[in-house]
Design a protein around this ligand. Structure first.
Ligand code: UDP
Length: 316
């Protein structure tokens, strides 16, 4: 099949590109490298079934010929990035999603939206863990809103294209994911803690560190997305690892695994709308896709720490 991936030079997009090429597909990546990186796909540049178009995913795609699948992954995805580039974040969820859907409709291609657990906002205890039919508790004007609301719009426009034009749409709600190729400076908790531990700096616990997250290793996530793409499921599907950890626990695991002497430091929460708990209910993925994650946190952290070590050394 011929696959078009917006955001294909990003953390997840580049791993998906690898996976699709390995399975014999043709891959066209569209990425303006605003948060993605050329080094994530440099190893593919001479691959005969790979093409890279450096441009904004909001602009028309210069792609002729048949296309089987369009995967819209392009978006800043770390909270410090939303703060730095709020309009690009809004446009990635809105205009770029519309563009990708129009392109998929015109080509008669299948479409997959990379949505997010941020759709659920800060869920109350009765909606923990989060199932796909929970509508969310999202702050429409907070600092995360440029991401959350753009992704909520993205889901809405995806359903509209499905209902109005019969586009074969798929939506994956991605929970916190980690692994090699994340930017050491992306500001997210896994990368911050590992790079702080490796540099001997204090690990920054925002707001006490009692909030929880569920961390999925990248290979598990890619497998889940791939299965969803090939399925007939139109409704959103959570893909994530239900293992739930307090941020403070993650810090302690990172210190132990890196052998670092760094200390933990409490710092104020930078965003008032930081969700207090997050954990996917993956019943739907298990039932419909026969998917579940295989890599526990400590196992996935081994290659992630090794990769970050290289990144931190390169920055010295
Ligand atoms: N966090 C933290 N220290 C950091 C970075 C993040 O305590 O240096 C916390 C953050 O407040 C959030 C959680 O870790 O509660 C996950 O943050 P991340 O930015 O990775 O992603 P989010 O799930 O919030 O989108």
């Amino acid at each position: 099949m011929r696959m078009v991936l917006t955001g294909g030079a990003g953390f997840l997009g580049s791993h998906l590109s690898d996976r699709m090429l390995a399975d014999g597909h043709e891959v066209v990546v569209i990425d303006n490298l605003i948060t993605g990186r050329a080094e994530n796909i440099n190893h593919l540049s001479s691959h005969p079934r790979f093409e890279f178009i450096e441009q904004d995913a909001c602009d028309p795609y210069p792609i002729d010929g048949a296309v089987d699948c369009v995967l819209h992954l392009a978006s800043p995805a770390s909270p410090p990035d939303f703060r730095r580039i709020p309009f690009e974040t809004l446009r990635a969820g809105s205009f770029a999603t519309h563009r990708a859907l129009e392109f998929a409709r015109d080509k008669g291609a299948r479409f997959l939206l990379a949505s997010t657990s941020e759709i659920y906002g800060d869920p109350p205890p009765e909606h923990h863990p989060q199932t796909e039919d929970y509508w969310g508790n999202v702050n429409s004007i907070g600092e995360r809103s440029v991401y959350d609301e753009a992704k909520r719009y993205a889901e809405a426009v995806t359903m509209a294209f499905h209902r109005e034009y019969g586009v074969r749409t798929r939506m994956v709600r991605i929970f916190n994911t980690y692994g090699p190729r994340m930017r050491a400076d992306d500001g997210r908790v896994v990368t911050n803690f590992i790079s702080q531990a490796l540099r001997g700096e204090a690990l920054t616990l925002y707001g006490g560190g009692n909030q929880t997250r569920s961390f999925c290793f990248v290979s598990d996530l890619i497998e889940g997305i791939y299965k969803l793409l090939l399925s007939d499921e139109v409704m959103p599907v959570n893909i994530g690892n239900p293992g739930e950890f307090k941020v403070r626990e993650l810090a302690e695991i990172v210190l132990e695994m890196t052998g670092s002497k760094s200390v933990l430091k409490d710092v104020p929460l930078p965003y008032i709308d930081d969700p207090r708990q997050r954990k996917p209910d993956i019943t739907r993925a298990r039932t419909i896709l026969g998917w579940e994650p295989k890599v526990p946190l400590r196992e996935g952290l081994v290659p992630t720490i090794a990769y970050m070590r290289g990144e931190v050394l390169a920055q010295r």
